[in-house]
Every structure is written in C-alpha cells, then in structure tokens.
Write a protein that binds this ligand. Structure first.
Ligand code: URA
Length: 441
C-alpha cells in the first residue's frame, strides 16, 4: 500500500489492516518512508487511536523489524522492568542491582530522554566511560557475571521503535496509548524476559495525565505481554511532582548512589522497594510482597546492592569509583538558586514544568540527535509538603552555559503552588493491573 493511502485511511478514522501496519513498519526500518510521512501517520494515530488488534499488529511488526535476544541458559528467573517515563525517575538504575542481588536476572534495554522526561541511557552515560552500546554477546556476558545490565537498544533490536521513538520525541506524538504500548512492548518482547514489571506513570509529569488513561495503557501493555507469553504486571504510580530531589543526568546518578546506600529520598525508596518486591514475587523467588520487601531492604543494608551497581558500572566500562566517590561525576560550572516568593506550604510542584526546565538547562533534547549536557539539571531543595518562609531557596539550577539560567528560572517558578494549608498525604502507588485484573490502592 502507498504511504499516502495508509496515512489518509488513519486520518479518516479507519482501522489499519495488519499488512498496512507491516508496510508502515517496514518503511520505517528500511528508510523507504521519509520522516514527514512517518510523522503524519504518527499524528493521525495520536488523534484517531488504534484498537487492540491494530496495537498488537504494530507491536509484532516492530518486534519483527529486528531480532529477539535469547537469554536461555542464564541463571535464575529473568524479570524485566520498564517505566513509561517520568521526571526524576531514576528507578531502573537502582532497582536492577538490588533485584540482581536478590537472585533475579534483570536484562534491561532502556531509552533516551523523551519529551520532558529523562532517559536512563542519558543518565548512565553521565558516568565517565560508561558504555550503553553493548552488543548482545556482551549483554549476555554481563548478565551471566552480575545478574544485571542496562544497555541501549542494539541496532538489531526493534529498530523500528528506535527510529519512531526519536521522531516522536520531536513531533509531539508521544502521548498515545497504542504508540506507547507498541514502543514499550516491542523492546520488552525482544529483550527476552520471562516476566515483566511495568511502571505506568500517571499525573501532571506523565504522558498519561489521569488514572483512567494510565489504566487504559496498563491494560494494553498487560494484554500484549500476556499474549506474547510473558507474565506481565503494570503498576500505576503517581507522577505529579518530580521523584526524589534531582532532575538531570549526573545529578540523578548521585541520587541513585545515595539510594543504593540506603540514604535516598523517602518517595523513591518506597517506589523502588515496591517495584523490586513485585519483581521478586513475579520471578518466584519470594512467596509474598512483605517477604520480598524485607529481602530488598536487606540487599541495600548489607551493601550487596551497592556492590552490584559498582560491578555493573565496571563491566560496562564506567568509573565504578563514583559509587564510593560521587564527586567524580560531572558538575555544572554555572548555578542559580530560585527562592520562594512567599511563606506557606508547597502544595504543588508541576513535574512536567520541572522536566521542561531541565531540558532548557541542557539535560534533554530540543531536536532529534542533539547532545545532552551530563551536568545540567535541577536540584529540589524543598519538596511538596514542606513549610517555607519567603526567600527560602527552593530550586538549584545547574547549567554549563549561564545564558540558559534566566529562561529556566522563570519557567521553574511557574511549577510551584504555595498555599497556607498542607496538602493531604498521598501514596506513590495508585494501582496495579495484571492478568488477574485490577487492584486499586
Ligand atoms: N517509553 C518507551 O519506551 N516508549 C514510549 O513511547 C514511551 C515511554
């Protein structure tokens, strides 16, 4: 089918046949479809959607655009994890070594920053020497040696997703259940896990703003995963304010190091413990969530998780010394502090605005292929629920170029709501969808 006919059909709200979807994905992979036609079809899908059969066909065509990793022969259950993207979401970098230290193999293929959300690969590459471009033999060797590895999609894993992901990032075509579901699941099916825990972000800083949207995405992800023979759970978690206190690549690696030593911020610690416990349960190495959470805490307290993180960094060519000495990470030359305009309680800190601020500072991309600045980002000196006085410092902005600070300062101020009354306490986990149905917190 001609590209223009496929685009017109979707623009007019028609269902796309499996062969038409295969033609599209083939055109993306081979380069036969130019970026403008791909972008036009992506925008039509954002507006018109896709049903379950189309989404499954898109996922399968994206898996078939490359090869599948064969992890048979590696020890232990193999449980993957993926987040749909948040601000300050550095969970995978801490979770993978913790779960590996508990006896589960964690094969992890991650992405780069997307829109206002950060990317695990960009964060890891802030560690001097760290290589995310391992080939599949090295990936298997890393998993066999240390139980965890975090790499980028190799050229032969879901190459169609790699091309689409980069284009969606710069054409405002991210927020779509079928596009996100096919993107996430094509990578995860190709990655070779037996089971999968997904973190579907929900709220102001997420691509899914409401619980209902997040549940629809969670259900689509679980349906595709189970259909492909992978035990899949999708946890729905809050993403209204940034997670933790650091946004930006090297700043977030510092926070990961704190977390792996058991001295991280409480919101992230709770989320990591929860997701890690779900992975242990799904992998069958713990009988129930309480016992699994106790093992996770022990892996951190004993230093086993920190040792795994250092081993993973060393295997992937990075300076493992950062785990003991985080000051070896890049640091920004230019800094500015943003203070509170009034006294009160912080009731809101809009994660999307803080994420966009870190992109303005250089931590993310404005155009496909842009380089990111490892040192740029935002540190939160106060968080939601904190009582403050007028003039108290709230944000610390980090950049390599002082010219970026002024725009970032105006932007980050607009993320804040300060009231007289404290907000109601909220929990980070909102719900979970699995083959057994929905559980609501
Ligand atoms: N994460 C992905 O891998 N793909 C998306 O489309 C969004 C988040």
């Amino acid at each position: 089918m001609r590209a223009v006919d496929i685009i017109r059909a979707k623009r007019d709200g028609e269902r796309l046949s499996t062969p038409a979807i295969a033609d599209f994905v083939q055109g993306v992979t081979s380069g036969a479809w130019p970026d403008y036609q791909i972008a036009a079809l992506l925008m039509a899908i954002v507006w018109r959607g896709m049903d379950a059969a189309e989404t499954t066909a898109l996922t399968q065509a994206m898996v078939d655009s490359g090869r599948r990793v064969d992890l048979s022969g590696l020890p232990g259950p193999r449980v993957g994890k993926h987040s749909t993207g948040g601000v300050g979401d550095k969970v995978s970098i801490v979770l993978a070594p913790i779960v590996a230290a508990c006896g589960v193999t964690v094969p992890k293929m991650s992405g780069r920053g997307l829109g206002h959300t950060g990317g695990t690969l960009d964060k890891l590459e802030a560690i001097p020497g760290f290589r995310t471009a391992l080939d599949l033999d090295a990936f298997r060797a890393a998993l066999a040696a240390h139980g965890c590895a975090i790499i980028g999609q190799t050229a032969d894993i879901a190459p169609a997703d790699k091309a689409l992901y980069a284009l969606r990032d710069v054409t405002a075509t991210i927020e779509s259940v079928p596009l996100i579901a096919a993107s996430v699941m094509s990578k995860k099916i190709a990655e070779g896990s037996d089971a999968l825990v997904l973190d579907v972000k929900c709220g102001r800083g997420a691509f899914m703003k409401t619980y209902d949207e997040a549940r629809a995405l969670a259900q689509a992800l679980v349906e595709i995963g189970e259909g492909a023979g992978i035990r899949t759970e999708a946890c729905i978690t809050r993403m209204d304010a940034p997670l933790g206190r650091a946004i930006g690549n090297a700043l977030e690696i510092r926070e990961c190091i704190d977390l792996v030593h058991g001295r991280g911020p409480a919101d992230l610690e709770a989320l990591i413990t929860y997701l890690a416990a779900r992975m242990l349960c799904l992998g069958g190495v713990a009988p129930a969530e309480d016992a699994a959470a106790a093992r996770v805490r022990e892996a951190v307290a004993s230093g086993a998780a920190a040792a795994r993180l250092a081993a993973m960094i060393a295997f992937q060519g990075g300076d493992a010394g950062v785990v003991a000495e985080p000051d070896r990470l890049p640091m920004a030359r230019e800094r500015a502090t943003v203070s509170s305009p009034r006294a009160g309680v912080i009731t809101q800190m809009d994660a999307e605005i803080v994420g966009r601020t870190s992109v303005v500072l250089g931590a993310g991309r404005a155009r496909k292929g842009d380089a990111v600045d490892p040192a740029a980002g935002v540190r939160l000196l106060r968080v939601v629920g904190d009582r403050i006085d007028a003039g108290d410092p709230i944000f610390e902005l980090h950049a390599s170029d002082a010219a970026r600070l002024a725009e970032a300062e105006t932007m980050v101020r607009s993320s804040l709501v300060i009231d007289d009354e404290a907000p109601a306490a909220t929990s980070v986990v909102l719900g979970r969808v699995s083959a057994a149905g929905e559980w609501r917190a």
